[in-house]
Design a binder for this molecule. Sequence first.
Ligand code: ZN
Length: 93
Amino acid sequence: MSFLLNCPNCGTREVTDFGFAGEVSTRPTGTPTPRELHTYIYFRRNVAGVQREWWCHRSGCHAWFLAERDTRTNEVLWTALPADAPAEGWASV
Ligand SMILES: [Zn+2]
């Protein structure tokens, strides 16, 4: 399934221009236990719904940016450079 994604620098392009780097996860604070570290590295929520993700414009400007995408429909709600992204939980379903 193909869809469009908006690079914050270059504008809207086919998703094949981009590299998907997974959902955004929260890094453990302090000194994590081995279990916390294992969970952070290997486990993902993999939601059926809206999730925040990392993307890279690998066929364009090579910028890393964030997107919120509905994994059920591939509707992209927004994209932004990390410094410009809305606070977490902005549009969770
Ligand atoms: Zn770009």
